[in-house]
Design a protein around this ligand. Structure first.
Ligand SMILES: CC(C)(COP(=O)(O)OP(=O)(O)OC[C@H]1O[C@@H](n2cnc3c(N)ncnc32)[C@H](O)[C@@H]1OP(=O)(O)O)[C@@H](O)C(=O)NCCC(=O)NCCS
Length: 188
């Protein structure tokens, strides 16, 4: 449970980490509704092969999954992504609750920095949650522009220094082939 309290019509919103396959399916259902159904994200892009190495946080009203966030773990940062709240439950702080649960989880696992890749239209949302741009100007190119956003896990501490942050965090991730290997590598 998070210490941040959110309730809708007198019902508390709770958060939980996915521990069983069934929990992960609830996270995937929320994402399918929001990203594939609502925002026209292709299935292959939404379910990109990184879900089974990630931690999924799910928000509930009662037993109903209403929001989710996936966290991937890197040596120098934790990366929240795929933040989604079912449309009719938005504007009550569930997104913020999920981000805060991610922050606490990252803190408990020893991460010092959170890093997210936002679409330009979502930068203000992250900034309202206390994030800032990693580099002042966008450095990504191509059809899908992204903005690197960062936040210290402990807000009372300064952000840790990163060597060549653009090179580290804005590099494109490998696309995987059907066997899970990065495209262009020798298959076995
Ligand atoms: C982004 C999202 C997760 C927010 O969920 P939520 O539970 O409504 O978030 P919160 O209640 O914590 O915050 C809502 C506030 O953020 C604002 N907000 C939402 N999306 C925003 C955006 N793209 N840019 C700026 N502000 C935004 C809302 O207007 C609202 O402002 P208010 O508090 O002044 O009324 C939800 O809108 C969503 O699922 N969108 C579709 C999926 C998506 O785009 N994910 C990318 C994540 S950034």
């Amino acid at each position: 449970m998070s210490t941040m309290a959110v309730s809708i019509d007198g019902k508390s919103v709770t958060t939980r980490l996915a521990m069983r396959m069934e929990d992960s399916l609830q996270a995937f259902a929320v994402r399918a509704a929001c990203f594939i159904g609502e925002l026209d994200v292709p299935y292959s892009e939404e379910f990109d092969g990184h879900d089974f190495g990630a931690t999924h946080i799910i928000a509930y009203i009662g037993d109903e999954p209403v929001g989710t966030l996936r966290v991937r773990w890197f040596q120098s940062f934790a990366m929240p992504e795929r933040l989604a709240v079912i449309q009719r439950y938005r504007g009550h702080g569930i997104g913020q609750l999920l981000i805060e649960r991610c922050r606490k989880l990252a803190e408990s696992r020893g991460s010092t920095m959170l890093y997210a890749q936002a679409l330009p239209g979502d930068v203000k949302y992250w900034e309202k949650q206390g994030w800032r741009r990693l580099v002042p100007e966008e450095t990504s190119s191509g059809t899908k522009r992204i903005v690197a956003m960062v936040r210290a896990v402990d807000p009372s501490k300064p952000l840790p220094e990163l060597d060549a942050p653009q090179a580290i965090v804005l590099r494109r991730e490998a696309q995987l082939d059907a066997s899970g290997l990065p495209l262009g590598t020798a298959s076995n």
